[in-house]
Design a protein around this ligand. Structure first.
Ligand code: NAD
Ligand code: TDX
Length: 350
């Protein structure tokens, strides 16, 4: 493994197997993707390099299981750093781009880093891909979100629905999406965009709803529910999301957007009831707090396209996935307790 920072990149020798640059690979979804690619059921011979700035949320421990894998390298660096990005993109034929500022509440408090990383960083990567992959050998998978569509009262968004983001986070992701797609339309770059629903699973930084609730309830603390608790989210297990991304990377079509859904819709109140039960707590542990500004009421993606075209099917039953997630947090306090200091000052309503 190469563990480097800045521009001192150790590169393995060239060969004909795929060499994949994974940005944001020390985060929740990116690290699960890398562990899956390099795990026993991953594609043979793949070489992966992670580029991650290690912000407050990035954690090298998430990559512990693959640290010694011969196909793995890591570079600590910023996707906005043109020199580092160019060096890495030149050596890799595929890019799976997860790196982003990703927490809505933080974007409401200060949007600057969201625009810099999510929009500016994506553009730096796209320009590097244009420079080095113009011969058509590259694939650029841009990981986006259902939030770019806005909020929907009934039904589900197909990929053809126009983007109409509300939060600064969603707006930064939507901007990155349309810029990425413009590089396909203008330059024929092989860009593929995925838009998934809310993910859950192990090793998720404890600032988003499910993990915040589990970790606080396991400590016997109260949990904050925004507004009336009736906002609806669609939950997607991390294993299913990774399955969907791999289908898009290996079989997707250039210039296409693919929604990836999990199929389980719940109000935040319904989800809280399940977590209270799983953690052995009651409703006295719940505090209704001031609503998030501009709080999107409901997200729902129509994922028929990836199902029909690429054979995607969410496999993880929600009750099983949630029980496994609660167990993981129960058994891995050493992982999340040190992160709480970094997680909780960011939340607006606490
Ligand atoms: P995360 O916040 O857990 O991880 C993001 C990673 O990116 C971190 O390791 C961080 O250090 C890194 N990073 C941030 N800024 C960087 C920069 N300038 N240069 C290099 N690295 C940088 O996020 P996640 O939940 O794993 O989400 C991954 C992607 O999936 C994001 O693009 C997000 O918008 C998208 N997404 C997430 C969800 C979800 O429910 N978590 C849902 C839909 C879409
Ligand atoms: O303490 C809380 N109390 C609460 O009621 C938190 C953190 C959230 N909520 C509510 C707000 C939302 O209705 O729970 C719901 C989920 O909130 P988040 O976990 O912050 O997720 P969301 O705003 O839906 O955005 C997520 O899904 C899309 C991810 O954070 C994004 O990265 C992803 O793109």
């Amino acid at each position: 493994m190469g563990w480097c920072s800045g521009t001192t990149v150790r590169c393995a020798s060239r060969h004909d197997r795929h060499r994949i640059l994974v940005t944001g690979g020390a985060g929740f979804i990116g690290s699960h993707y890398v562990r899956t690619l390099l795990g026993p059921h991953g594609p043979a011979g793949v070489q992966v390099i992670v580029l991650d700035k290690l912000t407050y949320v990035g954690d090298p421990a998430n990559l512990g299981p693959v640290r010694a894998h011969p196909g793995f390298s890591f570079v600590q660096g910023d996707i906005c750093d043109t020199a580092v990005v160019n060096l890495l993109v030149a050596e890799h034929d595929q890019i799976v781009h997860f790196a982003a500022e990703s927490h809505v509440d933080r974007s409401i408090m200060d949007a600057a880093e969201f625009v810099r990383t999510d929009v500016g960083g994506t553009q730096v990567l796209l320009d590097a891909a244009l420079r080095h992959h113009a011969d058509g050998r590259g694939v650029f998978v841009h990981i986006s979100t259902d939030e770019v569509y806005g909020s929907i009262a009934h039904g589900s968004w197909p990929e053809t629905h126009p983007v109409s983001p509300n939060s600064p986070y969603a707006a930064s992701k939507a901007s990155a999406d349309v810029i990425a797609l413009s590089y396909h339309r203008t330059h024929s770059l092989d860009v593929r965009v995925t838009r998934c629903s809310n993910n859950y699973g192990r090793q998720h930084f404890p600032e988003k709803l499910i993990l915040l609730l589990i970790t606080r309830l396991l400590q016997g603390r109260t949990v904050p529910l925004y507004g009336d608790g009736l906002n609806v989210r669609e939950w997607l297990h991390i294993d299913d999301h990774v399955q969907g991304i791999e289908l898009v990377r290996t079989k997707g079509r250039p210039g296409e957007v693919y929604n990836i859904g999990g199929g389980t819709e719940l109000t935040n109140k319904e989800l809280t009831a399940l977590l209270l039960e799983a953690c052995g707590a009651g409703w006295e542990s719940v505090e209704y707090v001031t609503d998030r500004k501009g709080h999107d009421r409901r997200y729902s993606v129509d994922y028929a396209k990836i199902t029909q075209e690429l054979g995607y099917r969410p496999r993880k039953d929600f009750a099983t996935g949630l029980a496994e997630t609660v167990s993981w947090y129960r058994e891995n306090r050493d992982w999340w307790e040190p992160l709480q200091q970094r997680a909780e000052p960011g939340a607006a309503q606490r």
